[in-house]
Structure formats: structure tokens, C-alpha cells
Ligand binder design. Structure first.
Ligand code: ADP
Length: 387
């Protein structure tokens, strides 16, 4: 691997100044303090514009008194350049309105040209060069992170495609075997001994279960592609729809409380699946005749990527033993005490976790046996953009 650092190029400074009496001491100051910098000067706006066009400057020093009152536009013109130089504005005026206007225009430093301004010039340039270097380092880091993110996404996509293809290709023959077993059970029972019928039934059940597992694998692998389409989602509306579409055992008294919840940034299909799975579990594993499920907002947290809300889904069920908590989010991980006959494959929570992570969020669980379970998920409340 080539680890050699690119040689650092010279710092390039452009100075717009028409007055020879000001240009001379400034030039001397810059060449003395920054012997490795290349200084280019322009003495009027036309010359200045042609130089910034083929520039690539680190710092542009603008004599504000030469900008014909249009310094803000001049600074903005610089900001749209690819190389985005740091801007130092120098002026005879100390008018606070002008100073405010200059700093609002996007320039990094203002220097009043009073008696000893030359003494302040070198420290101001040094500070700007330092900031610029940090910005360049930062840009390199962002570029590397973006590259790593794209690489990981590509890798995940390929893994997903592989899993989906394998699951799809296995599903076909398994379906064929299942149909043949069904045929034998339906039409050949008279020719078979009770022991053979029993074995066929067990084989058929195992194949059906395998088909469910393969289908779950396929669905899991397809989640990533959906996450590419995200928009604003009113969480209350989405969860209310989910809750009213669910079919529960009529004998149970189920109360689902939904507090006021924020609008989040996400994929509606995926988020629907999150709440279907969490509410289904809250009801399925509940040992009370009056089932209570509450969904609410725990708070907000500011992360580097975006602002996130923390949503809780809590129930009054039996809770999850500490020893199970470690693997309930693993694919096919089920609670040790869960009755075999309880419907499920152990993929619900791993799907929830994957969906939350596709939204750059996190999932956590708090549970005490005998006191119910509380799932906490974080979801972005604003769009997340990458470079
Ligand atoms: P499944 O429900 O198919 O087993 P999940 O991934 O949805 O798969 O859940 C994994 C395990 O987590 C379950 O087997 C159960 O032990 C436990 N679990 C999940 N939600 C709850 C809940 N609300 N209350 C108690 N246990 C739960």
C-alpha cells in the first residue's frame, strides 16, 4: 500500500490593493513572515477577477475601499469557487455597520487599517492558514468516511443480494417437496403404515418451517433496498393505522395507548413493520387478560448526524429474563422459556433492529421479570444527508 503523503503545495495568497504605499509594506510583511507562500497582487477589480478565475488561492485579502461598496458580493463570488479561499477584508473604515456586513458576507477576518495594521496582518494570515489547513484535513476525513460508507453499503448490498438469491433458489425446491408430501398425505395414506404417515407428517411440518425460515431470510435481505426511499412520516398516524389493522384474539382486553409523537424521517413500509413487530410481541408474550401497550416519546437527543427522537413501546407482560436479553435481537434468537407452540421464528426483533439501524437509530430494551418490557428506539426527526 502506498502510504507516501502528497507533498504540500505552497500557500497561495491573492491581495487586491491599488495603493502602492499600502501594497509595499504588506508585500514585505507577507514575504518576510511567509517565505514559502506565493503572493499574487491585483491593483484593480478587472485584474482581480481574472486572477481569481485561474487561482486556487488559500487566502484572498480584499481592500474593502476598492470594492465600490460591493464587498459582500465580492466575498460571495469567492465562496462559490471550488477552492473556497479564506477571505480577509481590510478597510480604512471602522464603521460597525460595515464591519457587521462584511462578517455576514462570509469573510473570515476583518482588519481595520489603522496606524499599526501591518503588525496585525501576519497573525491574521497565520490564523487563516491554520483554519484553512484544518478545513482541508476535515474535508479529506469526510471524503474518506464517505468512501468507507459507500464501500460498506456496496458490500452490504452484495451480501443482501446473495442472501436473497440463495433464499429464492432454495424456496422453489422446498415448495416442490412440500407439495409432494402433501399429495402423499392426501392420496396415499391407505398404502402407508401409520408409522410412515407419522414420519411424512413430521417431514411436512419441518419443510413448512424451513420454507418460513427461508422466506424470513429473503424478507430480511430485502429490507436494505427500501431504506433508500425515505421521507417525512407522521408517527402517530402510522402507528394508529398499524394498531387498527391488527387482528387480535377477541377474548383479550387490549389497550394500546399512543401519545403525541413527532414527525420522523424514514421509510413508512419499514417503520410500519417495526411497530407491527413490537406491538405483536407485546400482545403475544403477555400473560395478563388485560393487555396494556403504551407508545410514547421519551425525549430527544442531538447526534452528530442529526437530531433523533427516542420512542418507547412498553407493555405490562411477563418481562424478559436477563439471560435472554443478550440474544433476543439475533436472527432466530428466541427466549429460552418461550413455549415451542408460540408462533414465531425469532426474527421479529432482528428485523426491528435492522430497520432502526437503516434509519441510523439504535434499539435498546429494559425489562424486569414480572414488570413488563420497554423497548426504546431512536429515529431521526430530520433528513440525514451525506456528502
Ligand atoms: P419471536 O417472537 O418470533 O420469538 P422476536 O425476535 O420477535 O421473535 O423475539 C425474540 C424473543 O424476545 C422472543 O422469543 C421472546 O422471548 C422475547 N420477547 C420479545 N418481545 C417480548 C415482549 N414484549 N415481552 C416478553 N418477551 C419478549
Amino acid at each position: 500500500m502506498d502510504t507516501a503523503e502528497e507533498p504540500r503545495r505552497l500557500d497561495k495568497i491573492l491581495m487586491l490593493e491599488d495603493h502602492p504605499g499600502l501594497l509595499a509594506p504588506a508585500t514585505t510583511c507577507i514575504s518576510t513572515n511567509f517565505p514559502n507562500a506565493e503572493l499574487v497582487t491585483a491593483q484593480n477589480l478587472d485584474e482581480y477577477r481574472s486572477k481569481i478565475a485561474d487561482g486556487d488561492f488559500d487566502i484572498v485579502i480584499l481592500d474593502c475601499d476598492l470594492t465600490a461598496g460591493d464587498q459582500a458580493r465580492l466575498v460571495q463570488e469567492l465562496k462559490i469557487r471550488d477552492y473556497e479561499p479564506a477571505v480577509l477584508v481590510v478597510s480604512d473604515s471602522v464603521d460597525p455597520f460595515l464591519v457587521a456586513e462584511i462578517s455576514n458576507s462570509g469573510s473570515q477576518r476583518y482588519l481595520a487599517r489603522n496606524g499599526d495594521w501591518i503588525a496585525h496582518l501576519a497573525p491574521a494570515i497565520r490564523q487563516l492558514l491554520r483554519v484553512r489547513r484544518l478545513e482541508q484535513e476535515n474535508q479529506k476525513l469526510v471524503a474518506r468516511l464517505t468512501e468507507a460508507k459507500m464501500f460498506l453499503e456496496e458490500k452490504n448490498k452484495r451480501l443482501d443480494e446473495f442472501s436473497a438469491t440463495v433464499a429464492h433458489d432454495i424456496r422453489g425446491p422446498l415448495g416442490g417437496i412440500s407439495m409432494k408430501l402433501e399429495y402423499m398425505l392426501d392420496f396415499c395414506q391407505d398404502d402407508l403404515s401409520p408409522r410412515m404417515v407419522e414420519l411424512l407428517k413430521r417431514s411436512h411440518d419441518s419443510i413448512r418451517r424451513l420454507i418460513d425460515i427461508v422466506q424470513a431470510m429473503y424478507n430480511y435481505a430485502k429490507l436494505g433496498a427500501k431504506a433508500a426511499r425515505m421521507n417525512e412520516i407522521k408517527l402517530v398516524t402510522l402507528i394508529e393505522e398499524v394498531a387498527s389493522d391488527m387482528n387480535f384474539d377477541q377474548r383479550l382486553d387490549i389497550r394500546i395507548g399512543i401519545d403525541d409523537l413527532p414527525t420522523v424521517w424514514g421509510n413508512a413500509d419499514l417503520l410500519r413493520r417495526v411497530f407491527i413487530n413490537l406491538i405483536t410481541n407485546a400482545v403475544k408474550y403477555n400473560d395478563k387478560s388485560d393487555v396494556i401497550v403504551n407508545i410514547g416519546l421519551e425525549g430527544y437527543e442531538q447526534k452528530t448526524l442529526a437530531r433523533f427522537c427516542k420512542i418507547f413501546v412498553e407493555d405490562n407482560g411477563p418481562g424478559i429474563p436477563e439471560s435472554d436479553l443478550k440474544h433476543i435481537f439475533s436472527v432466530f434468537g428466541r427466549g429460552q422459556g418461550v413455549d415451542e407452540s408460540t408462533d414465531g421464528l425469532g426474527v421479529g426483533l432482528s428485523v426491528v433492529q435492522r430497520i432502526v439501524e437503516l434509519h441510523y437509530g439504535r434499539i435498546a430494551v429494559e425489562s424486569t421479570v414480572g414488570h413488563g418490557t420497554r423497548f426504546l428506539i431512536t429515529l431521526p426527526v430530520e433528513r440525514i444527508d451525506f456528502l
